[in-house]
Design a protein around this ligand. Structure first.
Ligand code: ZN
Length: 74
């Protein structure tokens, strides 16, 4: 599974505030996520993050634009 900055993910375990939806702020070796309800931020290793994600609720919308212009030369 691939993750992008801006994605909203659902975690297996809910945050103490009652929310289990998190926004991805940073990807890479370490992931930084923010609770969408209380704004609490957590940094965790990619492996641990992938294990605790249940599913991606919404994808960030800034993906396909950059690659589409390259095929115009044909
Ligand atoms: Zn929270």
């Amino acid at each position: 599974m691939q993750f992008f900055v801006g994605d909203i993910v659902q975690m297996k375990k809910a945050h103490p505030c009652g929310c289990n939806q998190w926004e991805i702020l940073r990807t890479g070796m370490d992931f930084r996520i923010k609770c969408t309800k209380c704004g609490h931020m957590v940094m965790l290793p990619r492996v641990k993050f992938e294990k605790s994600v249940k599913k991606v609720l919404s994808h960030a919308q800034q993906s396909a634009e950059s690659t589409s212009t390259e095929t115009d030369s044909l």
